[in-house]
Design a protein around this ligand. Structure first.
Ligand SMILES: NC(=O)C1=CN([C@@H]2O[C@H](COP(=O)(O)OP(=O)(O)OC[C@H]3O[C@@H](n4cnc5c(N)ncnc54)[C@H](OP(=O)(O)O)[C@@H]3O)[C@@H](O)[C@H]2O)[C@@H](O)CC1
Ligand SMILES: Nc1ncnc2c1ncn2[C@@H]1O[C@H](COP(=O)(O)OP(=O)(O)O)[C@@H](O)[C@H]1O
Ligand SMILES: [K+]
Length: 534
């Protein structure tokens, strides 16, 4: 698992070590330089003679870049530091100069007219882009807001040169330079991943002490490249702000059935999905639940769609009965989509029934509370508040509608700019666990947040969300009682389902397009690979 802590927590953890005069910057910068050497070799470039540009800001982040530059210069690299502030880290600068590094100080003549400074910036930017490696040490965890002043000018100049719009996730690599961000890509929000101005997209980010939330969260996560976390000896005893599950975490937690298990202990998934108008969602959701290893899948819908489902997946039953998790909503019409006759094949009524049972409001024969996945049209069927074992699975548009229906003045663009913030708001307003789908999927439950980046862009295809709902339904059914008993567990299971779903998409057709049903069919082999590697 990758755990990320806020800038404040990282600083608090640094304090006792700095007080004890532990040379944190030396540790950080030496490891940074070592990583750059590895990257150069991997790119078949010799360190001796390699051109290295350092973008240096006013603080210790620039100090890290300068010290790393000194190490590289001592190994024969041709290192040039571009100083963007009148207050560069003195020790780092002295070390670089001693090691034979060159310095270009953009602030050397502060009285120059702006047009002259801009011309100098343009010339410098050309040189930087022609380097083998660029170290972005403009700002780190001391950053406040989007880049400004000369750091912003330099990054905008580089973005313009590489022909990519600011904030685009295609790195300078087009120019041949390998960009390594020092601690964070400068200009990205350390704690929230917000991107409000120019950022130089990195090929690699070398971060110190621990990952920071912004490195895992969209939209900044798309600018991080490969993430390398360097241990500099910090002790972080507080809960992380954001987590990311890795394959080994999911493999360890997967409920592999044993000799004493039977279909009911493995979990029955009740699915209310699809209508005569949208039968595909019913097929995709039930197929995914079957393929993810549900003990049994009960489909609830019209006779016509039920026949189609059983025709495609003979394992599915259509009779009512007890379930260990509900999946409500894929392909079920929501608010404005319900046609003028209100025709939904009765799915919204069935969905409300499923959610009432899942909340434990029916009791009796319906049994106690069980987890629920609430997707698409199902989101319209929610009561004002829900228990944390309900996992809502909106995409950004649906989350916007959900929030607006609860009086929050928010637009889709706001949700896309700050997904964690708005997913958390939805969790606070509804009480439910919220899984906000996207290229990076964010999951928020009581006291926990996950950011998963597992699937290829090809996964953005119709029906992929229905498959996720089915996979998650099967996973929640397998741990039904535990999920109801421990409020934060639904979020962990949801994050695990996102991982399986994303990896299944890679497996379905590595590097190429996938259809939603292909993803569902790739799930069993992906689960086998995961549990066999555990
Ligand atoms: N503590 C340690 O021992 C260790 C720390 N380590 C390293 O230190 C880094 C933190 O260093 P830090 O605290 O000096 O802050 P840092 O990120 O360099 O930036 C602050 C400077 O940037 C400026 N600035 C701010 N916002 C800006 C903006 N939007 N646009 C432009 N400029 C902006 C701001 O200027 P001001 O606002 O004051 O004018 C200020 O001068 C950390 O990320 C890690 O790399 C490692 O070596 C491990 C050991
Ligand atoms: N750029 C992307 N990269 C990777 N996965 C993505 C990307 N965009 C969307 N996804 C994933 O694709 C799925 C799309 O689901 P959804 O929007 O509900 O589509 P549908 O309703 O048609 O099933 C989600 O799992 C989402 O996380
Ligand atoms: K940086």
């Amino acid at each position: 698992m990758i755990r990320a802590w806020s800038a404040a927590d990282v600083r608090a953890a640094e304090e006792p070590l700095l007080a004890a005069r532990v040379p944190l910057m030396e540790r950080a910068s030496f490891t940074l330089a070592t990583q750059v050497v590895r990257d150069l070799r991997a790119r078949r470039t010799s360190v001796r003679g390699a051109r290295v540009a350092l973008l240096v800001g006013a603080g210790n982040n620039g100090g890290d870049a300068l010290h790393a530059g000194a190490v590289l210069a001592r190994r024969g690299a041709a290192v040039t530091a571009v100083l963007t502030s009148g207050r560069s880290h003195a020790g780092g600068l002295a070390a670089l100069v001693r090691a034979g590094g060159r310095v270009v100080d953009l602030c050397a003549s502060p009285q120059q007219p702006a047009s002259v400074v801009q011309a100098v910036v343009q010339a410098v930017v050309q040189d930087v882009a022609a380097s083998d490696v660029v170290l972005d040490g403009l700002v780190g965890i001391g950053a406040r807001g989007p880049l400004r002043d000369l750091p912003a000018d330099v990054v905008s100049g580089l973005s313009a040169l590489s022909g990519t719009p600011e904030g685009d996730d295609r790195p300078l690599r087009a120019q041949g330079a390998w960009v390594v961000a020092v601690d964070i890509p400068s200009g990205t929000g350390v704690d929230d991943g917000f991107v409000g101005g120019p950022v130089l997209p990195a090929d690699r980010t070398v971060t110190f002490g621990a990952a920071k939330p912004g490195l895992l969260l969209p939209p900044a996560a798309g600018l991080v490249g490969e993430l390398t976390v360097v241990d500099i000896g910090l002790r972080l005893d507080v809960e992380p702000a954001v987590r990311r599950l890795e394959a080994a975490d999911v493999a360890r937690a997967w409920p592999v059935p044993g000799g004493a298990d039977h279909k009911y202990t493995r979990g029955v998934v009740g699915v209310v999905a699809g209508t005569t108008t949208y039968p595909g969602a019913a097929l995709l959701t039930t197929t995914a639940a079957v393929r993810a290893g549900a003990g049994m899948v009960r489909y609830r819908g019209s006779d016509d769609v039920g026949r189609a489902v059983v025709g495609a997946r003979p394992e599915v039953v259509t009779a009512p009965g007890r379930v260990q998790s509900w999946v409500v909503g894929p392909g079920v019409p929501g608010g404005p989509d319900v046609d003028e006759n209100g025709n939904d094949d009765g799915q919204r009524e069935r969905g409300r029934g499923g959610l009432a049972a899942a909340a434990g409001r029916l009791g009796g024969l319906a049994g106690g509370p069980v987890p629920a996945v609430v997707d698409a049209g199902g989101l319209d069927l929610l009561e004002e508040t829900s228990p944390p074992w309900f996992v809502l699975t909106p995409h950004a548009g649906e989350l916007t509608t959900l929030l607006r229906s609860r009086g929050v003045d928010v637009r889709r663009a706001d949700v896309e700019a700050e997904p964690l913030r708005w997913a958390r708001r939805a969790h606070e307003l509804t009480g439910a666990t919220v899984l906000l789908k996207g290229g990076v999927t964010v999951v928020v439950g009581p006291g926990v947040a996950y950011a998963q980046a597992d699937g290829p862009g090809w996964l953005a295809t119709a029906g992929a969300g229905d498959v996720l709902a089915g996979v998650l339904g099967a996973m929640l059914a397998a741990r039904s009682d535990d999920v109801v008993a421990s409020p934060a567990l639904a979020a962990e299971v949801a994050a695990a389902a996102v991982l399986v779903h994303g990896r299944a998409a890679h497996r379905a057709n590595p590097g190429g397009p996938v259809a939603a049903l292909d993803v569902a069919h790739a799930v069993p082999a992906e689960v086998a690979a995961l549990v066999n590697s555990a």
